[in-house]
Design a protein around this ligand. Structure first.
Ligand code: ADP
Length: 632
């Protein structure tokens, strides 16, 4: 039995206990939520006295309208199952502030079993809630700070899966998976890292843990869309109080762009190193001593004979020499100063001094800001190509000359053959018609004309044949021991008594050698033509002076006249086939004579020169070696 004093005492203790509670104790009717009992401490919690609750005020009235449906639903649900409830919600304090409360309660048996009551406790949890909110806000701030950082931050377990403990938003950019998929849905690092790289990462992390240092490892991650991206991952293991590894903390950056650039660079480097072309890279200083070489490839070493060590630090001037075109260097400088690429070729020299024709292609290389930082030069030895081109050009030139010659030959022959053929035809017709009636002498005159015309034509053909033989390289020298005076005397006599019968031809052989190793045929070709020109281009009655002498182991012959001379403009092309000077007037000719002289002299290993002045006269001079080698 409990004594009254004991009961009073117990009530007193209960009251003081409930008063000091940061909340209120209640007993209520679940149907109406009217309080059967409310502890006095409800005053602090709600601002209303416990009496107010016995006067029909219900706690439910204080619930924040937004939270009310949830509170009712949860309470009803728990009570219908006769289970205790525990609900957090906000109430309006009488002073107008909002308080967070935690209400706990459960049904208790009542004297009337049909109407059980609820005993419960309402605790003020405003402070805890506010602390939680502050924590959430601070976490939010932290997350937003981290998400604004480049890259991503993570915390994961140190085991086979690397399960995620924390992941910043940046993971989405790298993998296409959200932070939540890692943090909340159990996606682990292992699932997004490229499998081939896994062993390498494991080893790097293991080694760092062993050494007690941070790890840094670059690897590939598989993006949700299937693409691969490169990351660099720097992290460190954190140990728990017991010394075991609690987790790994790290930061990660997307380095795909850098890796791609590196890959490109590697490719370019391989291309530059492996190309058969010579590549050299220089700085940009154009003033003396010139741009320093900073890189050369094996192609350069092969082309120039300089090793990379020898070339680096030098300037491209090491390739220049006597025949390097100075104009080209000026142009090169102008182009590069203007930031323009340069193309050109010039003679350069290898380390051993051998020259080669170098084709240069130089481009300025610029940095991000567009400033020129280097010149990249690609060089190619085009010596063989140029020689080949020259040979082709010469061959073409020759072919063109031959074709010109043919054209000129046709026009010359049609002209030069027409006159003697006309003579032949005329005389033959006259002879046919009147021959029988003519005196013998007249017949002979016409027959001689025909013969002379035939001779002219045959001489012309001879000339053409000599040129043809010479062009075909068949004008060979057949030297024999002969007396030059005798040979030239015979030619002089022949001309003097033939076409030169109106001229005086003198021959000076005072210093002529007694013998010479020479080809009489070639001497005849040369001297006959020179003499007949002297006759043709000087007035009858004038004197032509021929002189033969020996000097400097050579046989010299000059033929001098006081004729019309050769205008200066024509002198240069005088020995070309068919070329005739502008002052020849009516004097007939083919323009082949001097070409034959020149070829004959050349075949003899000698040379020809002349002096001439228009209106004064000409002197032609040939020099033949006395004991010539076969010049052909
Ligand atoms: P051509 O049949 O016209 O004489 P050549 O080849 O012998 O041909 O000479 C070429 C040209 O050189 C002549 O047409 C002439 O203009 C000039 N020439 C050659 N010899 C003399 C000379 N002794 N005096 C003046 N001109 C000459």
């Amino acid at each position: 039995m409990i004594r009254i004093t004991d009961r009073k005492e117990a009530e007193q203790r209960f009251k003081s206990l409930t008063t000091n509670l940061p909340g209120a104790i209640f007993r209520a009717d679940p149907r109406t939520w009217n309080a059967v009992y409310m502890s006095e401490s409800v005053l602090d919690l709600s601002g209303y006295s416990h009496e107010a609750f016995s006067e029909g005020h219900t706690f439910a009235d204080l619930v924040h309208p937004d939270d009310r449906p949830q509170v009712e639903a949860e309470a009803t649900k728990a009570l219908s199952k006769r289970k205790p409830f525990q609900i957090e919600y906000r109430i309006h304090h009488r002073d107008g502030s909002l308080r967070w409360v935690l209400a706990q309660g459960q049904l208790i048996p009542n004297a009337d079993p049909q109407h059980p009551l609820i005993d419960g406790l309402v605790l003020d949890i405003t402070e805890r809630k506010e602390a939680e909110e502050r924590l959430a806000a601070s976490e939010q701030r932290f997350r937003s700070l981290v998400s604004n950082l480049p890259g991503l931050v993570y915390r994961c377990t140190y085991d086979t899966n690397w399960d995620t403990l924390y992941m910043s938003e940046g993971i989405f950019d790298v993998t296409g998976y959200s932070r939540a998929e890692f943090e909340e849905h159990g996606l682990s690092f292992k699932e997004v890292v490229c499998e081939d790289d896994l062993p390498r990462i494991r080893e790097a992390v293991r080694a760092s843990i062993e050494a007690g240092t941070a790890y840094e490892v670059e690897y590939r991650m598989r993006h949700r869309d299937g693409s691969m991206c490169w990351v660099t991952d720097k992290g460190q293991a954190t140990r728990g109080p017991d010394g075991t590894i609690a987790w790994l903390d790290g930061v990660m950056f997307d380095i795909t762009a850098r890796k791609k650039a590196e890959e490109r660079l590697r490719l370019m480097e391989t291309a530059v190193e492996d190309t058969s072309e010579s590549v050299l890279i220089t700085e940009t200083e154009l003033d003396r001593p010139g741009p320093r070489i900073v890189h050369v490839n094996p192609g350069f070493e092969r082309l120039t004979g300089y090793t990379a060590e020898e070339a680096i630090g030098q300037t491209p001037r090491i390739l220049q020499g006597e025949e390097t075109d100075p104009d080209l260097l000026v142009h090169l400088r102008e182009q590069l100063e203007a930031g323009q690429p340069f193309f050109g070729e010039t003679v350069n020299y290898r380390k051993d001094g051998t020259p080669f024709i170098n084709e240069w292609s130089i481009s300025p290389a610029r940095n991000d800001k567009g400033e020129i930082t280097h010149f990249v030069a690609v060089q190619r030895d085009v010596t063989e190509r140029r020689e080949y081109e020259n040979r082709i050009r010469e061959a073409l030139e020759k072919a063109r000359e031959l074709s010109d010659l043919k054209t000129q030959f046709i026009s010359m022959t049609s002209h030069e053959f027409r006159t003697p053929m006309g003579t032949i035809l005329a005389s033959a017709e006259l002879l046919e018609r009147y021959g029988e009636r003519w005196e013998h002498d007249k017949q002979v005159t016409h027959l001689q004309r025909i013969q002379s015309a035939v001779h002219t034509m045959s001489d012309l053909l001879d000339d053409v044949l000599v040129i043809g033989r010479s062009d075909a390289g068949k004008l060979n020298m057949r030297p024999e021991r002969l007396n030059p005076t005798a040979v030239i005397q015979a030619i002089v006599d022949e001309v003097q008594h033939g076409e030169g019968d109106g001229h005086t031809i003198t021959l000076n052989t005072d210093e002529a050698p007694a013998v010479a190793e020479a080809d009489a045929g070639l001497i005849r070709h040369a001297c006959t033509n020179l003499l007949s020109n002297a006759v043709k281009y000087s007035d009858p009655g004038s004197t032509i002076r021929v002189r033969v002498w020996a000097a400097d182991k050579a046989l010299h012959v000059t033929v001098a006249d006081d004729g019309i001379g050769i205008p200066e403009d024509d002198q240069e092309r005088l020995f070309e086939s068919f070329h005739r000077a502008g002052n020849v007037g009516n004097v007939s000719g083919t323009g082949l004579g001097l070409a034959i002289v020149q070829r004959a002299v050349a075949a003899h290993g000698g040379q020809i020169d002349f002096q001439s002045e228009a209106g004064v006269g000409s002197t032609f001079h040939i020099t033949l070696p006395l004991t010539p080698q076969d010049a052909a």
